[in-house]
Design a protein around this ligand. Structure first.
Ligand code: ADP
Length: 427
Protein backbone atom coordinates (compact mmCIF):
# COMPACT_ATOMS: atom_id res chain seq x y z
CA UNK A 1 0.00 0.00 0.00
CA UNK A 2 1.25 3.46 -0.89
CA UNK A 3 1.99 5.81 1.98
CA UNK A 4 -0.60 8.37 0.74
CA UNK A 5 -3.33 5.75 0.76
CA UNK A 6 -2.43 4.60 4.25
CA UNK A 7 -2.71 8.22 5.48
CA UNK A 8 -6.17 8.53 3.89
CA UNK A 9 -7.21 5.25 5.38
CA UNK A 10 -5.99 6.34 8.79
CA UNK A 11 -7.84 9.66 8.52
CA UNK A 12 -11.03 7.89 7.42
CA UNK A 13 -10.73 5.46 10.32
CA UNK A 14 -10.23 8.33 12.73
CA UNK A 15 -13.18 10.26 11.29
CA UNK A 16 -15.40 7.18 11.56
CA UNK A 17 -14.37 6.61 15.19
CA UNK A 18 -15.01 10.25 16.07
CA UNK A 19 -18.40 10.10 14.32
CA UNK A 20 -19.33 6.95 16.25
CA UNK A 21 -18.22 8.51 19.54
CA UNK A 22 -20.11 11.73 18.80
CA UNK A 23 -23.22 9.77 17.86
CA UNK A 24 -23.05 7.81 21.12
CA UNK A 25 -22.49 10.96 23.13
CA UNK A 26 -25.42 12.71 21.42
CA UNK A 27 -27.64 9.75 22.20
CA UNK A 28 -26.55 9.78 25.90
CA UNK A 29 -27.01 13.56 26.04
CA UNK A 30 -30.50 13.33 24.52
CA UNK A 31 -31.45 10.55 26.88
CA UNK A 32 -30.15 12.64 29.79
CA UNK A 33 -31.99 15.77 28.62
CA UNK A 34 -35.21 13.77 28.20
CA UNK A 35 -35.02 12.40 31.74
CA UNK A 36 -34.01 15.88 33.01
CA UNK A 37 -37.13 17.40 31.34
CA UNK A 38 -39.28 14.60 32.84
CA UNK A 39 -37.88 15.13 36.34
CA UNK A 40 -38.14 18.95 36.12
CA UNK A 41 -41.82 18.56 35.15
CA UNK A 42 -42.35 16.33 38.21
CA UNK A 43 -40.60 18.88 40.45
CA UNK A 44 -42.79 21.67 39.11
CA UNK A 45 -45.71 19.37 40.05
CA UNK A 46 -44.38 19.42 43.64
CA UNK A 47 -43.04 15.83 43.40
CA UNK A 48 -39.90 16.80 45.26
CA UNK A 49 -38.83 13.19 45.85
CA UNK A 50 -38.02 12.70 42.09
CA UNK A 51 -34.33 12.03 41.35
CA UNK A 52 -32.08 11.78 38.24
CA UNK A 53 -30.18 8.56 37.47
CA UNK A 54 -26.87 9.15 39.23
CA UNK A 55 -25.14 6.03 37.84
CA UNK A 56 -24.14 7.96 34.69
CA UNK A 57 -20.40 8.50 34.38
CA UNK A 58 -18.53 11.71 33.61
CA UNK A 59 -19.78 15.29 33.75
CA UNK A 60 -23.40 14.32 33.19
CA UNK A 61 -23.14 11.95 36.18
CA UNK A 62 -21.72 14.77 38.30
CA UNK A 63 -24.48 17.10 37.14
CA UNK A 64 -27.06 14.41 38.09
CA UNK A 65 -25.54 13.92 41.53
CA UNK A 66 -25.39 17.67 42.17
CA UNK A 67 -28.98 18.03 40.98
CA UNK A 68 -30.12 15.15 43.23
CA UNK A 69 -28.30 16.65 46.23
CA UNK A 70 -29.96 20.02 45.53
CA UNK A 71 -33.36 18.29 45.33
CA UNK A 72 -32.74 16.46 48.61
CA UNK A 73 -31.84 19.71 50.40
CA UNK A 74 -34.87 21.42 48.89
CA UNK A 75 -37.16 18.51 49.89
CA UNK A 76 -35.91 18.64 53.49
CA UNK A 77 -36.32 22.42 53.66
CA UNK A 78 -39.83 22.24 52.22
CA UNK A 79 -40.75 19.45 54.66
CA UNK A 80 -39.45 21.57 57.54
CA UNK A 81 -41.37 24.65 56.34
CA UNK A 82 -44.54 22.58 55.88
CA UNK A 83 -44.16 21.08 59.37
CA UNK A 84 -43.64 24.55 60.89
CA UNK A 85 -46.72 25.81 59.02
CA UNK A 86 -48.74 22.83 60.23
CA UNK A 87 -47.59 23.50 63.80
CA UNK A 88 -48.54 27.18 63.50
CA UNK A 89 -51.99 26.46 62.02
CA UNK A 90 -52.65 23.77 64.66
CA UNK A 91 -51.68 26.18 67.45
CA UNK A 92 -53.86 28.91 65.93
CA UNK A 93 -56.75 26.48 65.53
CA UNK A 94 -56.56 25.36 69.16
CA UNK A 95 -56.62 28.90 70.57
CA UNK A 96 -60.11 29.61 71.84
CA UNK A 97 -59.70 33.34 71.17
CA UNK A 98 -59.90 34.95 67.74
CA UNK A 99 -56.39 35.68 66.43
CA UNK A 100 -55.70 37.99 63.52
CA UNK A 101 -52.30 39.18 62.26
CA UNK A 102 -52.26 42.13 59.88
CA UNK A 103 -49.55 44.16 58.18
CA UNK A 104 -49.14 47.90 58.53
CA UNK A 105 -51.69 48.53 55.71
CA UNK A 106 -54.31 46.32 57.32
CA UNK A 107 -53.83 43.33 55.01
CA UNK A 108 -54.46 40.00 56.69
CA UNK A 109 -51.38 37.80 57.15
CA UNK A 110 -52.81 35.17 59.47
CA UNK A 111 -56.27 34.40 60.83
CA UNK A 112 -57.75 31.52 62.84
CA UNK A 113 -61.21 29.94 62.63
CA UNK A 114 -62.47 31.63 65.81
CA UNK A 115 -61.59 35.07 64.41
CA UNK A 116 -63.30 34.17 61.11
CA UNK A 117 -66.53 33.52 63.02
CA UNK A 118 -66.20 36.64 65.17
CA UNK A 119 -65.63 39.03 62.24
CA UNK A 120 -68.43 37.29 60.24
CA UNK A 121 -66.08 36.67 57.30
CA UNK A 122 -67.84 35.90 54.03
CA UNK A 123 -64.77 34.43 52.31
CA UNK A 124 -63.91 31.63 54.74
CA UNK A 125 -60.39 30.31 54.09
CA UNK A 126 -59.51 33.03 51.60
CA UNK A 127 -58.98 35.96 53.95
CA UNK A 128 -55.18 35.98 53.85
CA UNK A 129 -53.87 38.80 51.65
CA UNK A 130 -57.18 40.68 51.72
CA UNK A 131 -57.65 43.98 53.56
CA UNK A 132 -59.57 44.02 56.86
CA UNK A 133 -62.09 46.42 55.28
CA UNK A 134 -63.11 43.71 52.78
CA UNK A 135 -63.22 40.91 55.32
CA UNK A 136 -64.47 42.26 58.68
CA UNK A 137 -68.24 42.57 58.64
CA UNK A 138 -68.70 43.67 62.25
CA UNK A 139 -68.43 47.44 62.28
CA UNK A 140 -67.39 47.81 65.91
CA UNK A 141 -64.53 45.32 65.53
CA UNK A 142 -63.37 47.00 62.30
CA UNK A 143 -63.43 50.47 63.88
CA UNK A 144 -61.66 49.17 66.99
CA UNK A 145 -58.83 47.68 64.91
CA UNK A 146 -58.48 50.60 62.48
CA UNK A 147 -58.08 53.00 65.39
CA UNK A 148 -54.87 51.32 66.54
CA UNK A 149 -53.20 50.19 63.29
CA UNK A 150 -49.53 51.29 63.45
CA UNK A 151 -49.76 52.20 67.16
CA UNK A 152 -46.64 51.47 69.22
CA UNK A 153 -48.73 50.92 72.35
CA UNK A 154 -50.45 47.75 73.51
CA UNK A 155 -54.12 48.62 73.29
CA UNK A 156 -57.18 46.98 74.79
CA UNK A 157 -60.86 47.78 74.34
CA UNK A 158 -64.20 46.27 75.42
CA UNK A 159 -66.80 46.12 72.64
CA UNK A 160 -70.49 45.51 73.24
CA UNK A 161 -72.36 44.43 70.11
CA UNK A 162 -76.05 44.89 69.34
CA UNK A 163 -76.78 41.23 70.20
CA UNK A 164 -75.35 41.77 73.74
CA UNK A 165 -72.13 39.88 72.92
CA UNK A 166 -69.14 41.47 74.65
CA UNK A 167 -65.66 41.17 73.11
CA UNK A 168 -62.31 42.13 74.58
CA UNK A 169 -60.13 43.41 71.74
CA UNK A 170 -56.35 43.44 72.34
CA UNK A 171 -54.13 44.99 69.68
CA UNK A 172 -50.37 44.64 70.07
CA UNK A 173 -47.72 45.99 67.67
CA UNK A 174 -45.46 43.57 65.78
CA UNK A 175 -41.89 44.91 65.47
CA UNK A 176 -39.34 44.05 62.81
CA UNK A 177 -36.86 41.62 64.44
CA UNK A 178 -34.49 43.35 66.89
CA UNK A 179 -35.92 46.76 66.08
CA UNK A 180 -37.99 48.66 68.61
CA UNK A 181 -39.03 51.30 66.09
CA UNK A 182 -39.99 49.59 62.87
CA UNK A 183 -43.55 48.31 63.24
CA UNK A 184 -44.51 45.83 60.55
CA UNK A 185 -48.05 45.11 61.65
CA UNK A 186 -50.34 44.24 64.53
CA UNK A 187 -51.48 41.10 66.28
CA UNK A 188 -55.12 41.18 67.32
CA UNK A 189 -56.62 38.99 70.00
CA UNK A 190 -60.43 38.92 70.25
CA UNK A 191 -61.90 37.26 73.35
CA UNK A 192 -65.59 36.62 73.94
CA UNK A 193 -66.16 37.81 77.52
CA UNK A 194 -69.99 37.87 77.46
CA UNK A 195 -70.30 35.20 80.18
CA UNK A 196 -67.63 36.80 82.40
CA UNK A 197 -69.34 40.21 82.14
CA UNK A 198 -72.71 38.60 82.88
CA UNK A 199 -71.29 36.86 85.96
CA UNK A 200 -69.59 40.08 87.11
CA UNK A 201 -72.90 41.93 86.81
CA UNK A 202 -74.73 39.16 88.63
CA UNK A 203 -72.18 39.21 91.44
CA UNK A 204 -72.40 43.01 91.68
CA UNK A 205 -76.23 42.89 91.75
CA UNK A 206 -76.14 40.10 94.32
CA UNK A 207 -73.84 42.03 96.66
CA UNK A 208 -76.01 45.16 96.25
CA UNK A 209 -79.18 43.14 96.91
CA UNK A 210 -77.73 41.34 99.92
CA UNK A 211 -76.52 44.62 101.42
CA UNK A 212 -79.93 46.18 100.86
CA UNK A 213 -81.82 43.17 102.27
CA UNK A 214 -79.61 43.05 105.36
CA UNK A 215 -79.73 46.81 105.87
CA UNK A 216 -83.54 47.01 106.12
CA UNK A 217 -84.02 44.75 109.20
CA UNK A 218 -80.79 46.03 110.78
CA UNK A 219 -81.95 49.67 110.50
CA UNK A 220 -85.27 48.72 112.05
CA UNK A 221 -83.60 46.79 114.93
CA UNK A 222 -81.19 49.67 115.51
CA UNK A 223 -83.99 52.23 115.60
CA UNK A 224 -86.14 50.32 118.09
CA UNK A 225 -83.18 49.46 120.35
CA UNK A 226 -82.23 53.16 120.47
CA UNK A 227 -85.83 54.14 121.28
CA UNK A 228 -85.88 51.58 124.10
CA UNK A 229 -82.57 52.88 125.49
CA UNK A 230 -83.56 56.56 125.34
CA UNK A 231 -87.08 56.02 126.74
CA UNK A 232 -86.48 53.95 129.84
CA UNK A 233 -89.98 54.53 131.21
CA UNK A 234 -91.94 53.45 128.13
CA UNK A 235 -95.30 51.86 128.95
CA UNK A 236 -94.93 48.09 129.01
CA UNK A 237 -97.38 47.43 126.11
CA UNK A 238 -95.36 49.75 123.83
CA UNK A 239 -92.13 48.25 125.05
CA UNK A 240 -93.38 44.72 124.32
CA UNK A 241 -94.56 45.78 120.85
CA UNK A 242 -91.09 47.19 120.06
CA UNK A 243 -89.40 44.05 121.41
CA UNK A 244 -91.69 41.90 119.24
CA UNK A 245 -90.67 43.93 116.18
CA UNK A 246 -86.97 43.51 117.09
CA UNK A 247 -87.50 39.77 117.44
CA UNK A 248 -89.32 39.54 114.09
CA UNK A 249 -86.61 41.53 112.30
CA UNK A 250 -83.76 39.52 113.84
CA UNK A 251 -85.56 36.30 112.81
CA UNK A 252 -85.73 37.71 109.33
CA UNK A 253 -82.01 38.49 109.41
CA UNK A 254 -81.29 34.94 110.53
CA UNK A 255 -83.42 33.47 107.72
CA UNK A 256 -81.75 35.72 105.16
CA UNK A 257 -78.25 34.73 106.27
CA UNK A 258 -79.21 31.04 106.35
CA UNK A 259 -80.63 31.26 102.81
CA UNK A 260 -77.57 33.14 101.49
CA UNK A 261 -75.27 30.53 103.03
CA UNK A 262 -77.37 27.70 101.62
CA UNK A 263 -77.33 29.25 98.14
CA UNK A 264 -73.57 29.67 98.17
CA UNK A 265 -73.04 26.16 99.51
CA UNK A 266 -75.20 24.69 96.69
CA UNK A 267 -73.22 26.73 94.17
CA UNK A 268 -69.82 25.68 95.46
CA UNK A 269 -70.34 22.03 96.42
CA UNK A 270 -70.28 20.08 93.21
CA UNK A 271 -68.93 16.84 94.59
CA UNK A 272 -71.34 16.19 97.45
CA UNK A 273 -71.68 12.64 98.69
CA UNK A 274 -74.98 11.48 97.22
CA UNK A 275 -77.18 8.64 98.37
CA UNK A 276 -80.20 6.75 97.13
CA UNK A 277 -83.01 9.00 98.37
CA UNK A 278 -86.60 7.77 98.66
CA UNK A 279 -88.67 10.77 97.54
CA UNK A 280 -91.76 9.73 99.48
CA UNK A 281 -89.87 9.44 102.80
CA UNK A 282 -88.36 12.89 102.40
CA UNK A 283 -91.75 14.34 101.46
CA UNK A 284 -93.32 12.81 104.59
CA UNK A 285 -90.65 14.46 106.79
CA UNK A 286 -91.43 17.84 105.20
CA UNK A 287 -95.16 17.16 105.50
CA UNK A 288 -94.82 16.59 109.26
CA UNK A 289 -92.85 19.83 109.62
CA UNK A 290 -95.25 21.95 107.63
CA UNK A 291 -98.72 20.55 108.24
CA UNK A 292 -99.21 22.53 111.45
CA UNK A 293 -98.62 25.82 109.54
CA UNK A 294 -101.14 24.66 106.93
CA UNK A 295 -103.73 23.74 109.55
CA UNK A 296 -103.25 27.11 111.30
CA UNK A 297 -104.41 28.69 108.00
CA UNK A 298 -107.07 25.98 107.49
CA UNK A 299 -105.30 24.91 104.31
CA UNK A 300 -105.82 21.29 103.27
CA UNK A 301 -102.83 19.38 101.88
CA UNK A 302 -103.50 16.41 99.56
CA UNK A 303 -100.77 14.24 98.11
CA UNK A 304 -100.62 11.49 95.56
CA UNK A 305 -97.41 9.52 95.02
CA UNK A 306 -97.69 7.14 92.06
CA UNK A 307 -94.76 5.11 93.40
CA UNK A 308 -93.78 5.40 97.07
CA UNK A 309 -90.55 3.53 96.38
CA UNK A 310 -89.25 5.86 93.70
CA UNK A 311 -85.68 6.91 94.51
CA UNK A 312 -83.05 9.20 93.06
CA UNK A 313 -79.32 9.50 93.56
CA UNK A 314 -79.02 12.83 95.37
CA UNK A 315 -77.99 14.72 98.47
CA UNK A 316 -80.91 14.14 100.87
CA UNK A 317 -80.90 17.61 102.48
CA UNK A 318 -81.26 19.30 99.11
CA UNK A 319 -84.34 17.22 98.22
CA UNK A 320 -85.84 18.15 101.59
CA UNK A 321 -85.14 21.82 100.86
CA UNK A 322 -86.77 21.46 97.43
CA UNK A 323 -90.04 20.08 98.88
CA UNK A 324 -89.92 22.55 101.77
CA UNK A 325 -89.52 25.66 99.59
CA UNK A 326 -92.27 24.72 97.13
CA UNK A 327 -94.83 23.55 99.70
CA UNK A 328 -94.01 26.44 102.07
CA UNK A 329 -94.58 28.92 99.21
CA UNK A 330 -97.84 27.23 98.25
CA UNK A 331 -99.08 27.66 101.83
CA UNK A 332 -97.67 31.20 102.18
CA UNK A 333 -99.31 32.50 99.01
CA UNK A 334 -102.68 30.77 99.48
CA UNK A 335 -105.38 32.48 101.55
CA UNK A 336 -107.07 30.77 104.51
CA UNK A 337 -109.17 27.74 103.62
CA UNK A 338 -107.27 27.02 100.41
CA UNK A 339 -105.92 23.75 99.06
CA UNK A 340 -102.42 22.48 98.24
CA UNK A 341 -101.88 19.30 96.18
CA UNK A 342 -98.60 17.43 95.71
CA UNK A 343 -98.38 14.90 92.86
CA UNK A 344 -95.57 12.56 91.91
CA UNK A 345 -95.42 10.36 88.80
CA UNK A 346 -92.81 8.94 86.40
CA UNK A 347 -93.07 9.19 82.60
CA UNK A 348 -90.45 8.65 79.88
CA UNK A 349 -87.54 8.19 82.32
CA UNK A 350 -88.44 11.41 84.13
CA UNK A 351 -89.73 11.82 87.65
CA UNK A 352 -92.24 14.65 87.94
CA UNK A 353 -93.18 16.45 91.14
CA UNK A 354 -96.06 18.94 90.99
CA UNK A 355 -96.98 21.37 93.77
CA UNK A 356 -100.37 22.94 93.04
CA UNK A 357 -102.22 25.61 95.02
CA UNK A 358 -105.34 27.70 94.54
CA UNK A 359 -103.76 30.84 95.99
CA UNK A 360 -102.99 34.36 94.76
CA UNK A 361 -101.30 33.26 91.51
CA UNK A 362 -98.44 34.95 89.66
CA UNK A 363 -98.85 37.52 86.85
CA UNK A 364 -97.63 36.25 83.43
CA UNK A 365 -94.88 38.87 83.14
CA UNK A 366 -93.34 37.80 86.48
CA UNK A 367 -93.39 34.05 85.90
CA UNK A 368 -89.87 33.93 84.31
CA UNK A 369 -88.35 36.22 86.90
CA UNK A 370 -89.46 34.57 90.15
CA UNK A 371 -86.51 32.13 89.97
CA UNK A 372 -84.04 35.04 90.14
CA UNK A 373 -82.44 35.87 93.47
CA UNK A 374 -84.43 38.37 95.56
CA UNK A 375 -87.16 38.72 92.94
CA UNK A 376 -90.58 39.08 94.55
CA UNK A 377 -93.86 39.81 92.81
CA UNK A 378 -95.21 41.69 95.79
CA UNK A 379 -92.41 42.73 98.14
CA UNK A 380 -94.70 43.72 100.97
CA UNK A 381 -96.67 40.46 100.83
CA UNK A 382 -93.47 38.38 100.69
CA UNK A 383 -92.03 40.25 103.72
CA UNK A 384 -95.24 39.93 105.70
CA UNK A 385 -95.21 36.14 105.22
CA UNK A 386 -91.53 35.92 106.13
CA UNK A 387 -90.12 35.51 102.61
CA UNK A 388 -86.51 36.23 101.72
CA UNK A 389 -86.86 36.18 97.93
CA UNK A 390 -84.27 33.38 97.75
CA UNK A 391 -86.43 30.26 98.07
CA UNK A 392 -87.09 29.66 94.38
CA UNK A 393 -83.50 30.60 93.40
CA UNK A 394 -82.30 27.91 95.82
CA UNK A 395 -84.87 25.43 94.47
CA UNK A 396 -83.82 26.09 90.87
CA UNK A 397 -80.15 25.55 91.79
CA UNK A 398 -81.01 22.24 93.45
CA UNK A 399 -83.05 21.10 90.44
CA UNK A 400 -80.22 22.11 88.07
CA UNK A 401 -77.72 20.13 90.14
CA UNK A 402 -79.98 17.10 89.55
CA UNK A 403 -79.95 17.82 85.77
CA UNK A 404 -83.66 18.54 86.01
CA UNK A 405 -85.98 21.37 85.16
CA UNK A 406 -88.44 23.58 87.04
CA UNK A 407 -91.30 25.59 85.54
CA UNK A 408 -94.46 27.31 86.64
CA UNK A 409 -98.00 27.58 85.29
CA UNK A 410 -100.12 30.18 87.03
CA UNK A 411 -103.15 32.43 86.69
CA UNK A 412 -103.49 35.56 88.78
CA UNK A 413 -106.14 35.07 91.45
CA UNK A 414 -106.63 31.38 90.59
CA UNK A 415 -103.47 29.62 91.76
CA UNK A 416 -100.11 28.22 90.71
CA UNK A 417 -98.62 24.91 89.66
CA UNK A 418 -94.85 24.36 90.09
CA UNK A 419 -93.55 21.44 88.02
CA UNK A 420 -90.20 19.80 88.73
CA UNK A 421 -88.84 17.10 86.41
CA UNK A 422 -85.74 15.06 87.26
CA UNK A 423 -84.23 12.30 85.10
CA UNK A 424 -84.56 8.87 86.71
CA UNK A 425 -80.86 8.25 86.02
CA UNK A 426 -78.56 11.14 86.91
CA UNK A 427 -75.18 10.90 85.24
P1 ADP B 1 -90.06 34.40 98.93
O1 ADP B 1 -89.16 34.13 100.05
O2 ADP B 1 -90.36 35.84 98.72
O3 ADP B 1 -91.26 33.55 98.94
P2 ADP B 1 -89.28 32.83 96.65
O4 ADP B 1 -88.02 32.84 95.87
O5 ADP B 1 -89.67 31.57 97.31
O6 ADP B 1 -89.18 34.03 97.64
O7 ADP B 1 -90.45 33.26 95.66
C1 ADP B 1 -90.26 34.40 94.84
C2 ADP B 1 -91.59 35.07 94.60
O8 ADP B 1 -92.40 34.22 93.78
C3 ADP B 1 -92.40 35.29 95.83
O9 ADP B 1 -92.06 36.50 96.44
C4 ADP B 1 -93.82 35.32 95.30
O10 ADP B 1 -94.10 36.61 94.81
C5 ADP B 1 -93.76 34.35 94.12
N1 ADP B 1 -94.28 33.01 94.47
C6 ADP B 1 -93.56 31.93 94.78
N2 ADP B 1 -94.36 30.86 94.99
C7 ADP B 1 -95.62 31.29 94.81
C8 ADP B 1 -96.91 30.66 94.88
N3 ADP B 1 -97.05 29.37 95.16
N4 ADP B 1 -97.99 31.43 94.62
C9 ADP B 1 -97.86 32.73 94.30
N5 ADP B 1 -96.69 33.38 94.23
C10 ADP B 1 -95.58 32.67 94.47
Amino acid sequence: MEPINSIYFFIMLLACSVAILLYRYTITLRRFLKSFIKISKKVSNKEFHSRLDNSIKGELGELSRNFNFMMETMENTIEEVEYKHLQLTSVLKSISHGILVIDIDGNIILINDEARKMIKSKCIGKEEGKNIKQVIHVEKILNGIEKYIGSKENNCEKLKLEDETVYKLKIDPVYLQNSKNAIIGSIINIENITEIVKLENMRRDFVANVSHELKTPLTSINGFVETLIINEDLPSDKRNRFLAIIQKESDRLKRLIEDILLLSSIESKNNLVTENVLLYNIFKEVYEMISYIASSKHIKIYYNFEDENVAIQAYGDYIKQLFLNLIDNAIKYTPEGGTVIINQFTRNNEITIEVIDNGVGIPKEDQDKIFQRFYRVDKARSRSVGGTGLGLAITKHIVNSLQGNISVESKLGEGSKFIVTIPTKIS
